[in-house]
Design a protein around this ligand. Structure first.
Ligand code: FES
Length: 94
């Protein structure tokens, strides 16, 4: 099982395989997504989920507050896709 991810306003598309986080898959594809701790603690990888759904297999990450999640924000270092995704990462916008 795998899902496709597109980062809005960029040419980047990549595939996330079962068991991978969005960030792990992006780095495997040599796409330089912003990140820091890699463990859901710092919030550097936070971005907007334009469409699709992600889950957090290790539980809700520390750096994702309820209001962030309610606004459609996600943490991609620990987020695993449940569907194809379109993401918006302000740091990567053209
Ligand atoms: S890289 Fe630190 S929360 Fe994702």
């Amino acid at each position: 099982m795998s899902y496709r991810v597109h980062i809005e306003n960029t040419p980047y598309h990549f595939t996330v395989h079962l068991g991978e986080s969005v960030l792990q898959a992006a780095l495997r594809a040599n796409i330089n997504m912003p990140w820091g701790c890699g463990d859901g603690l710092c919030g550097v990888c936070m971005g907007h989920i334009v469409s699709g759904e992600i889950s957090y297999p290790n539980g809700p990450p520390m750096a994702l507050f309820e209001d962030d999640a309610a606004r459609g924000q996600g943490l991609f270092c620990v987020g695993h896709p449940l569907s194809d995704l379109v993401l918006n990462l302000p740091e990567m916008n053209d």
